[in-house]
Design a protein around this ligand. Structure first.
Ligand SMILES: Nc1nc2c(ncn2[C@@H]2O[C@H](COP(=O)(O)OP(=O)(O)O)[C@@H](O)[C@H]2O)c(=O)[nH]1
Ligand SMILES: [Mg+2]
Length: 190
């Protein structure tokens, strides 16, 4: 599989031409967006992952196999970012999510230990309001080790939302095949 970074856009005028279908990766800082993207692209280190939250400040566009773009967005909910910078990100992200014609699917990524947090719910409502199609992915499944943790995690994920979610872990890229199937399904439905 060929995967390459096209551009790290910090302004809307830097977004690439609207040609290929796009999948956007959304979620809180540090939830595992870039790790998921790397697994799906089959390329470790393609998207920059970090143990320090709030690192991705641009919208990064990756071309995968010449047929789909993966779009890594800055994470939300990171309190240490200065307000004016936050406002700028918000403008950038909103202009992408509202206006992008080739955006076909948003992956709303949740931490399976935490489930829905306030900012995730806000984003979900926002996506629904704007009629954006989204799929929920519960990542870091490997962190649910005991039966008790698994039970608690499932309950947290199932609250607030009746929609199904796709389980995933970047450890061994478990669940990547099912997520790819979901991507291919959107494309064949068009
Ligand atoms: N155990 C585990 N760690 C993960 C998983 N996904 C991401 N991480 C770790 O969580 C941190 C943040 O991941 P990253 O992909 O950079 O998150 P992003 O800020 O949402 O892009 C990194 O230290 C990753 O190694 C996962 O499925 N399991
Ligand atoms: Mg990232």
């Amino acid at each position: 599989m060929g995967a390459e970074l096209i551009i790290s856009a910090v302004r809307p005028d830097q977004f690439p031409a609207e040609t290929l279908p796009e999948v956007a990766f959304l979620g809180r800082s540090n939830v595992g967006k870039s790790s998921l993207l790397n697994c799906l692209a089959g390329q470790d280190g393609l998207a920059f992952t970090s143990a320090t939250p709030g690192r991705t400040q641009s919208i990064n566009f990756y071309r995968i196999d010449g047929r789909v773009l993966f779009v890594d967005l800055p994470g939300y909910g990171y309190a240490k970012v200065p307000k004016p910078i936050k406002a700028e990100w918000k403008g950038l992200i909103e202009s992408y999510l509202v206006e992008r014609k080739t955006l076909d699917m948003c992956f709303l990524i949740l931490d399976s230990r935490r489930g829905w947090m306030e900012k995730d719910l806000e984003l979900r409502d926002w996506l629904e309001f704007h009629n954006r199609r989204f799929t929920i992915i519960a990542t870091k499944m490997d962190k649910l080790k005991t039966q008790k943790e698994k039970h608690h995690g499932m309950k947290a994920l199932q609250s607030h939302c009746s929609s199904e979610f796709l389980p995933f872990s970047a450890v061994g890229c478990r669940g990547a095949r099912e997520i790819w199937q979901a991507i291919l399904k959107i494309k064949s439905n068009q």
